[in-house]
Design a protein around this ligand. Structure first.
Ligand code: ATP
Ligand code: MG
Length: 395
């Protein structure tokens, strides 16, 4: 077996970020250590364009699975670290070739240390010729079954025959803070994941309508928040009591405009909460056309109530694509638990699909929503959730 002892982490997208590069790498370095926190044997080293993780016998599968969840990594490889000299490099490559059942190979060398006496091409040629002489493998430069990569650095050479795709994106938290409207549904936890992938730190706001919504519904939202918080470390969840606003809306506007008004109020509350907590935008799990409140006309009318930017990462996703992502991040089974949401209990029979701002404002003039908003904001509760603990960490 190849004796992989070091993981080499690459981060393509960051390289383009010029002067912010240092912040990016530092954040990625911290995020990687956080994600791998349950594996104490690991040792980390940061270089200009790579991060190295010494395995010290840690379980490869576990490291692989966790690293694939860290945003900002373009790819990574389990490598053998050897002395930066040609004899050691050739011997290791030959051993990897002998252990493989592949018929074709290619050597892909990169010389980062320009003082190394051979150029990349010469490293390729010399190493390939040893393999050609001592095995039955043939060179295939286009589609090799066994690509062997060599990175020559000053202190060591890293040799690997696999390159594992990373999650891409930016290190979570590097691009500022956004407030996500988090329901107990399928979509908004997936929206959280997509926002974090773009390097945003996600804080959440949830609207609960007790006693019409239960403690179970509230706990479900906190569980979902905990699940997605894995990608950024922890998550703040603001819980806002929506009951009074909701009852007043139904009393005043009646059926068709209730959803429009409810969502305009949710956006106003979210805008206030965002500004109070240093978030420069709010975000939702909306997707065009999915329900009556997500037609373009509805989105325009609801958005008209506020000034802060609204990010909608799922706006063009199909429901099936969203469900596939929910399964991938593990939130789907929790999302479909049948606890009532504040939107579902007051579910109107004939929601308007083409609301207008004039009509919405006409209904809003009929009750003192401003005071109800002040009250709701004043009584907000905040919880901080963390990813579910792994059982081994208690041992
Ligand atoms: P989801 O599956 O995310 O609940 P949905 O398809 O059920 O979405 P709606 O319920 O109309 O659609 O909600 C659209 C978006 O509004 C949600 O993605 C979420 O961002 C926000 N939202 C809805 N209900 C709540 C709530 N009770 N608290 C906070 N945000 C909410
Ligand atoms: Mg919903």
């Amino acid at each position: 077996m190849a004796d992989y002892d070091t993981v080499l982490v690459r981060f393509g997208e960051l390289s383009t970020k010029g002067k912010n590069r240092k912040d990016f790498i530092n954040r990625l370095f911290r995020n990687i250590q956080y994600m791998l926190r349950d594996i104490p044997e690991l040792q980390y080293q940061k270089a200009y364009d790579r991060i190295y993780i010494k395995l010290n016998g840690a379980d490869h599968e576990k490291v692989r699975e966790k690293l694939q969840k860290v945003f900002g990594i373009s790819s990574f490889s389990f490598t053998e670290k050897v002395d930066p000299d040609m004899e050691a490099i050739k011997a290791t490559c030959l051993r990897i070739a002998r252990e493989s059942s592949a018929k074709t190979f290619k050597i892909i060398a990169r010389r980062h240390d320009k003082t190394f006496p051979l150029r990349s091409d010469d490293i390729n040629r010399q190493t390939a010729s040893v393999i050609l002489k001592n095995t039955d493998l043939k060179v295939d430069v286009h589609e090799p079954q066994l690509p062997i990569r060599i990175e020559v650095r000053q202190d060591a050479a890293y040799i690997t025959s696999e390159k594992i795709p990373g999650a891409g994106g930016y290190p979570a938290g590097i691009n500022g803070k956004v407030l996500l409207l988090l329901s107990g549904g399928i979509d908004s936890p997936v929206a959280a994941y997509e926002l974090m992938k773009r390097g945003l730190n996600v804080e959440a706001v949830h609207f609960a309508s007790p006693p019409y919504t239960s403690e179970n519904a509230r706990n479900k939202v906190l569980t979902l928040a905990g699940m997605v918080s894995e990608y950024q470390g922890r998550m703040k969840v603001h819980i806002i009591n929506f009951t009074d606003l909701q009852l007043n809306i139904y009393k005043t506007a009646g059926d068709p405009y209730a959803v429009t008004l409810m969502r305009r109020m949710m956006f106003r509350l979210a805008e206030r909460t965002a500004l109070n907590n240093g978030c420069l935008a709010i975000a939702t799990g909306e997707s065009i056309g999915q329900v009556a409140s997500q037609t373009l006309e509805s989105i325009a009318c609801i958005n008209d109530a506020i000034h802060i930017p609204v990010l909608r990462p799922l706006v063009c996703f199909d429901k099936l694509e969203i469900i596939a992502l929910a399964n991938k991040i593990g939130t789907y089974e929790t999302s479909i638990l049948p606890y009532e949401d504040c939107c579902t209990i007051f579910d109107p029979k004939n929601p308007v699909t083409r609301p207008t701002v004039e009509k919405a404002e006409y209904f809003e003039k009929m009750f003192d929503w401003q005071s109800l908003i002040e009250q709701a904001i004043a009584n907000e509760e905040t919880a901080v959730v963390q990813p579910p603990q792994e059982e081994e960490s208690f041992l």
